[in-house]
Write a protein that binds this ligand. Structure first.
Ligand code: NAD
Length: 483
C-alpha cells in the first residue's frame, strides 16, 4: 500500500505516514457512507444534534492536541492554530443547534389557484457528501462543509489536503469515538488522485475548497455524473481606506489581514486602496508595522511551491514599476518570507491580479472611493473585502456596490466568527455557500409536498374539463393579473 508522509514545513521533520486511499478504497468508503447516511438521516433531529455536540465537546477538550497538530503540519503559530479550532467549534455548535430549526418541515401558503391544496416545504439530506479540503486552515475550512453537511443529515467522506492528513485523521477518529454506531464521517488520505477518485465515486455532492485551477478540473469531473458541487475558491481581497478612517486601526488590520498565517488566507488582505489625501500617512504607518514583524508571528510558508509564487509576483510588480517600501525579493528565505510591502504597483501586474498567498501587500492610491470600488471589482475573484471609514453608513452603502460574498467594515475577516452568516464567493472565488442557514440548505434538497384538502370549486386539472369552469377561471385570472 502506498503511503503519504506528513512533513513539518519549518523543519522538514516527518510527522507521520498515512496509507493513501486508492480508487477502490475510496469507492468502498462512499459505499459504506451510503449505508451510514440512511441510519443518520433516519435519526430524529435532536438525536443527531446530541451526537454532533458530543463530537464538538471531544474537539474542544482535545483542542490543545489538535492545535499542536495544525501547528506542526502547517507551521502556523500555536495561538493561530488554537484560534482556528475555536472558530471551527463555534460553527459546529451553531450548525448542531440550528439544523433542526432551519430545515424542519413548514406549512406554506398554497395560493389562490391551488386553494384546494395544503402545502409544506421540507429540506431533506442529499445522502453522501464528498469534502475536499485545503491545507491553509485544515480544520476551520473543511469543517465549514463537514459540520453543516452532517448537521443537515448527510454522511461525509472527507479528503484532507496531502499537506495536512494528520489533522483530517484526528477529526475522523474523534468522530468515530463520539459516534461509534456507523461510519457517518470517514477520512480518505491522499493527493489529487485520491480527490479525483472521490469525485469519480459520485457522492451526492462535492464540497471543494482550493484553487480555481483545481476547481475547474473537479467541476469538469463532476459534470460526467452530473454531481452538484460547491466551490470555495481563492481570493484577491481588497481593503479600502477612506480619508476619514482611523489610520492606525486600518494599518494594524492590513498587517494582520495581509501577513497573518504568512498571507496564506483565502479571505486575507492582498490589495489596499487608499484615498490619496491619507495615502502617504497610511503607507508610513503600515511600513512601520511591517518592518517590525518577525516571521515567528506567522510561521513559514506551508508548501514548497508557495515561495516561488511570491517571488514571481514581487519580481513582476517591481519590473512593472512598483516600489518596494518594505522588503523585496530578498525577503524570500525558504521556507520563510518576511513581510513585503509594495506600493504604486500597476493594476495589470500579477501581484494585483493573481492570488499571491504570501505575506505581501500591494498598497495603491486612489482619487476617491468610487475608484476604489471600481478597482476592487476589477478582479476575477470576489471572496471578501473590507472598508475602513469613520462614516459607517457610507461604508455600508459602498459595501452594496462591492462584488464579493462578504464585506467587513472597520475590521478584516469580521464574518469569520459569525456562524449565522453564509460564506462563499463569486467569480473565480467560487459559488455556493457554507456556514449559516444557507450552508445547511447547501447540503439539503428542498422537497415540496402538497395534499388535497377538498374538491376544488373550479377544477381544471382533469381531462373532461368543463368549458364553463375554464371560462370562470379565465375571468378570475384576467381580473387578478391583467388590470
Ligand atoms: P489545491 O487546489 O491545490 O488543492 C485543494 C484540494 O484539492 C487538495 O485536497 C488536493 O489534493 C485536491 N485536488 C487536487 N487535484 C484534484 C483533482 N484533480 N480532483 C480532486 N481533488 C483534487 O488548493 P490548496 O493549495 O490545497 O489550497 C489553497 C487554495 O485554497 C487557495 O487558492 C485558497 O485561497 C483556497 N482556499 C479557499 C477557502 C475558501 O473558503 N474560499 C478556504 C481556504 C483556502
Amino acid at each position: 500500500m502506498a503511503t503519504l508522509r506528513s512533513l513539518n514545513p519549518a523543519t522538514a521533520e516527518v510527522l507521520g505516514e498515512y496509507e493513501i486511499a486508492d480508487a477502490k478504497t475510496v469507492e468502498e468508503a462512499v459505499a459504506e457512507a451510503r449505508i451510514a447516511a440512511g441510519w443518520w438521516a433516519g435519526l430524529p433531529a435532536d438525536a443527531r444534534r446530541d451526537r454532533l455536540l458530543k463530537w464538538k465537546r471531544a474537539i474542544a477538550a482535545g483542542s490543545d492536541e489538535l492545535a499542536t497538530l495544525i501547528h506542526d503540519e502547517t507551521g502556523k503559530p500555536f495561538g493561530d492554530a488554537l484560534l482556528e479550532v475555536m472558530l471551527a467549534v463555534e460553527h459546529l455548535d451553531w450548525a448542531a443547534h440550528n439544523a433542526g430549526k432551519v430545515l424542519r418541515r413548514r406549512r406554506v401558503s398554497s395560493g389562490t389557484l391551488a386553494a384546494d391544496q395544503a402545502a409544506a416545504l421540507e429540506y431533506r439530506p442529499l445522502g453522501v457528501i464528498g469534502v475536499i479540503g485545503p491545507w491553509n486552515y485544515p480544520v476551520y475550512t473543511p469543517l465549514g462543509s463537514v459540520s453543516y453537511a452532517l448537521a443537515a443529515g448527510n454522511a461525509v467522506v472527507f479528503k484532507p489536503s496531502e499537506h495536512t492528513p494528520g489533522v483530517g485523521v484526528w477529526l475522523a477518529q474523534a468522530w468515530a469515538t463520539a459516534v461509534p454506531e456507523h461510519p457517518v464521517l470517514q477520512v480518505v488520505v491522499g493527493d489529487g488522485t485520491t480527490g479525483a477518485a472521490l469525485v469519480d465515486a459520485a457522492p451526492d455532492k462535492i464540497a471543494f475548497t482550493g484553487s480555481a485551477a483545481t476547481a475547474r478540473l473537479v467541476m469538469a469531473a463532476c459534470a460526467r455524473t452530473l454531481t452538484p458541487i460547491v466551490v470555495e475558491g481563492g481570493g484577491k481581497d481588497a481593503m479600502i481606506v477612506a480619508a476619514d478612517a482611523d489610520l492606525d486601526v486600518a494599518a494594524r488590520a492590513a498587517a494582520f489581514g495581509g501577513f497573518g498565517n504568512a498571507g496564506q488566507t483565502c479571505a486575507g488582505v492582498e490589495r489596499v486602496y487608499v484615498e490619496r489625501p491619507v495615502y502617504q500617512d497610511f503607507l508610513q504607518r503600515l511600513a512601520a508595522l511591517a518592518g517590525n514583524v518577525k516571521t515567528d508571528a506567522y510561521g513559514p510558508m506551508t508548501t514548497p511551491e508557495q515561495p516561488e509564487i511570491v517571488r514571481a509576483h514581487v519580481t513582476d510588480a517591481l519590473a512593472a514599476g512598483g516600489r518596494a517600501v518594505v522588503g523585496g525579493v530578498e525577503s524570500i528565505r525558504e521556507p520563510y518570507v518576511t513581510p513585503v510591502l509594495l506600493a504604486e504597483v500597476p493594476e495589470e501586474s500579477a501581484a494585483v491580479t493573481e492570488e499571491t498567498f504570501g505575506p505581501t501587500l500591494v498598497v495603491n492610491p486612489v482619487a476617491d472611493l468610487a475608484e476604489a470600488v471600481r478597482l476592487t471589482n476589477a478582479s476575477k475573484y470576489g471572496l471578501a473585502a473590507s472598508i475602513f471609514s469613520a462614516d459607517t453608513k457610507r461604508a455600508a452603502a459602498l459595501a452594496r456596490q462591492i462584488r464579493t460574498g462578504a464585506v467587513s467594515i472597520n475590521s478584516v475577516l469580521g464574518f469569520a466568527g459569525v456562524p449565522s452568516l453564509p460564506f462563499g464567493g463569486v467569480g473565480d472565488s467560487g459559488f455556493g455557500r457554507i456556514h449559516g442557514a444557507d450552508g445547511l440548505r447547501e447540503f439539503s434538497r428542498s422537497q415540496a409536498v402538497t395534499w388535497r384538502r377538498f374538491a376544488p370549486l373550479i377544477d381544471l386539472m382533469r381531462l373532461d374539463r368543463d368549458p364553463v369552469a375554464l371560462e370562470r377561471a379565465r375571468k378570475l385570472f384576467r381580473f387578478r393579473h391583467a388590470r
